[in-house]
Design a protein around this ligand. Sequence first.
Ligand SMILES: [Zn+2]
Length: 83
Amino acid sequence: MKKEKKEDIVNSLTGETFVRELIDLFAEKTGCGVQHNGCPCNTCFHSIENTDFNHICWLIILGLRGDYGKEQIINSIKKELNI
Ligand SMILES: [Zn+2]
């Protein structure tokens, strides 16, 4: 299997696909997708309780830095959101 180059990983994370998947995760978690592109509204987003957003931010940073591929980051965030 061809090893992904770091810039390819970063491009996949900063591209639309990663953003789309992140939006979909939070829309699924909140049950709300009323804003642009199916984003949860502010009220629903802030109603998520018992979530370690520090860890979620850290996972996104690690992903953007290129330490992990998109699927690993998405799966780890799913785990953090219990979805
Ligand atoms: Zn809402």
